[in-house]
Write a protein that binds this ligand. Structure first.
Ligand code: NIG
Ligand code: FE
Length: 424
């Protein structure tokens, strides 16, 4: 199939974009892309590709931007219930960490998740995935973490594997058994840390070998934060996970600076995420590493807080900056990377081009898939978007509606645009 005549085709070619290189879109005016067998064969000017492949079935993208599908590298996609009541409390002045300390927050979602069957968890998560896909996310990371006990964490993993199977969207799975201190261990955080290390992680390794033998091991993540896991406990968990061969991630500096970002660099983690209260030393460490700095602007927005990830300091430090939604029921119930881009432009000071690179090639690198997705280059997976806008700068500029017209995933075309008024 030849997708042709795009007003702008964004290739994002050349690999992850570090520091000031962020925002290199590789724009081809009147661009075209040839897709065969789920892969990209060639990218270039329409005139050239049409001449080389005159008989190819074609899809006309006149007036549209064609670009790689969004990669959302940080979501807590699977949970039971909702926390609309806490949103109301927060808007009336309650603080997120105080709600957590009083047994609400993550723990209230844990209660709703533990009592939900696998069928119910899948049914509650499926519409979120569909909304993500409709908004242009073609690959998403998804974390467990609302079980905090072995049986429920494994149920969440099983549900995520099933959702990955049924959905056109690809899911990169992360085990976040260390999302909060389990309620049973309220007064013994070290006891829960030891349980994660000595029981859950070894069991996960064995379980994965039987249930997903063809997939690489999932990421292991830790919420390194006051009221959750301190730096020593985070180190214990990630070191153990690393020794078992799991790739690593960390939640660092969302509310307090505990040194989690430097720990991520030291342990060779794929990414350090949130990074709102990150110190200059932590940023310097990120800049000298291959650990991607993942910013989640929907989270301070969702909590109505004023501090966002200091993107320009990270760029000056030469870090690889990425964006994600953090989709979760407590701080950011948002499935759209387009909205992350709009916020990143306004509150992190990114240009649309920088935010687009941070949501495609760099976010693919945050889940270690930048070799196969995140750009439009020969040999890569045919995951792309046709946007109903003539210029990429409409991303960021416009928000609150969906600019995606068609999603092409593994070379198959899915229509999103409603087109015109139609009644049954
Ligand atoms: O990334 N910080 C920890 N995890 C989520 C929030 C989860 C929740 O509140 O349910 C986050 O913001
Ligand atoms: Fe998170």
């Amino acid at each position: 199939m030849l997708i042709h005549s795009a007003s702008q085709l964004l290739t994002l070619a050349g690999g992850p974009q570090r520091g000031r290189a962020l925002g290199t879109l590789g724009v081809i005016e009147k661009g075209a892309v040839l897709i065969r067998d789920e892969k990209i064969v060639q990218v270039g000017p329409t005139a050239e590709l049409k001449a080389s492949y005159p008989d190819e079935p074609s899809l006309d993208a006149t007036g549209c931007v064609v670009m790689p599908g969004f990669v959302d590298p940080h979501t807590h996609l699977i949970w039971g219930g909702d926390r609309a009541n806490e949103f109301e409390m927060k808007m009336a002045g309650a603080r997120y960490l105080d709600i957590l300390a009083s047994g609400g927050g993550i723990i209230s979602t844990v209660r709703a998740t533990r009592t939900a069957s696998i069928e119910s968890l899948i049914a509650q998560t499926r519409p979120r995935l569909i909304r993500m896909f409709a908004h242009g996310t073609t690959t998403a990371e998804a974390k467990t973490g609302y079980g905090l006990q072995t049986a429920t964490e494994l149920r969440l993993l099983k549900a995520l594997l099933a959702l990955d199977d049924e959905s056109p969207l690809d899911i990169a799975i992360t085990f976040l058994g260390a999302h909060a201190i389990a309620p049973e261990f309220k007064d013994d955080p070290q006891g829960y840390t030891d349980l994660v290390c000595e029981t859950m992680l070894p069991m996960l390794k064995e379980w994965w070998g039987t249930h997903a033998p063809k997939l690489t091991l999932p990421f292991v993540d830790v919420f390194c934060e006051s009221q959750a896991f301190d730096l020593k406990q985070s180190r214990q968990i990630l070191t153990k996970a690393g020794s078992l061969g799991f790739p690593l991630k960390i939640h660092a500096d969302e509310f307090d600076n505990l040194g989690g970002a430097s720990l991520a660099v030291e342990l060779g983690a794929a990414s350090a995420d949130h990074l709102v209260k990150t110190s200059d030393a932590d940023m310097a460490a990120l800049g000298k590493s291959d650990t991607v700095a993942v910013a989640l602007p929907c989270t301070p927005f969702g909590l109505a807080e004023k501090d966002y990830t200091p993107a320009h300091k990270l760029i000056e430090a030469d870090a690889i900056l990425a964006l994600a939604t953090d989709c979760n029921p407590g701080t950011s119930w948002n499935e759209s990377m387009q909205f992350s881009i709009a916020l990143a432009c306004r509150y992190m000071g990114l240009t649309p081009a920088q935010a687009i690179a941070a949501s495609t090639i760099n976010s693919a690198h945050a889940i270690r898939r930048s070799d196969t997705i995140g750009s439009l280059e020969a040999g890569k997976q045919a995951d792309l978007l046709i946007l109903s806008v003539p210029d990429y700068r409409h991303l960021g500029y416009r928000y609150g509606t969906n600019l995606v017209k068609q999603v092409i995933k593994h070379g198959r075309v899915y229509s999103v645009d409603v087109g015109y008024y139609r009644s049954a």
